[in-house]
Design a protein around this ligand. Structure first.
Ligand SMILES: [Zn+2]
Length: 213
């Protein structure tokens, strides 16, 4: 196991953190819990007790969900072509397997929840764009990237991350099953991605595929 050392931003004490660059949550389900609770990328200072967010490049693999997500904070433009440079024979590619790139732990969590909810992240991105168009007049300070998919048990909805209104309530929008299915039917073909290749599915990617404004 790799270790990383950095200085506590609070008191300057050196913190040693375990680094897991490859995480297979079928082998180690506890890692999935830690990622979902947010504890995975937190390092606690042994001196002052403060927790510091320390995100690093990590490959998340869930073979049961056929989901692979490479989390690469601040990655450069060449990452996708590097990841996709390997040409595999068609017989070695599972067309149902999903390969994604994300920037941070929040985006990784959303991809995990989308897979847990049995949703397609390309359609969810489109759905979020529609929700945003509907709420932006009433909620002018909400940014498009603050809108996140969330799953609670069986129920899935969209939340505005880290946002509460004057009443102290968090804005949530329920996912309408009929609308979701309509989007799958009408748009999934237009959102096709090559099998076995990594894609960074986010608002920018969606805008490059469909005119949503
Ligand atoms: Zn400290």
């Amino acid at each position: 196991m790799e270790k990383e050392k950095f200085k506590c931003p609070g008191c300057g004490t050196e913190i040693t953190m375990d680094v897991h660059e490859f995480v297979d949550v079928k082998e180690d389900p506890a890692y999935k819990d830690a990622i979902m609770s947010g504890a995975f990328f937190l390092a606690q200072c042994p001196a002052c007790g403060a927790s510091t967010l320390a995100e690093y490049p990590m490959m998340y693999m869930d073979p049961d969900r056929k989901l692979t997500v490479y989390m690469a904070p601040g990655h450069d433009d060449s990452l996708l072509s590097q990841l996709n440079s390997l040409e595999l024979p068609a017989s070695a590619v599972d067309p149902e397997a999903v390969f994604r790139v994300v920037q941070d732990g929040g985006e990784l969590l959303e991809k995990i929840l989308i897979a847990d909810g049995g949703r397609d992240d390309r359609v969810i991105e489109l759905y979020k764009a529609l929700v945003y168009e509907n709420i932006k007049e009433e909620w002018p300070d909400v940014r498009r990237e603050d809108l996140l998919y969330y799953l609670d048990g069986e129920e899935d909805y969209f939340i505005i991350w880290d946002y509460t209104n004057a009443m102290g309530e968090q804005l949530t929008v329920n996912l309408d099953e009929a609308l979701y299915q309509e989007l799958v039917q009408d748009y999934l073909a237009a959102l096709e991605v090559p099998a076995g290749k990594y894609v960074e599915v986010n608002a920018t990617w969606l805008a490059s595929r469909i005119d949503v404004e």
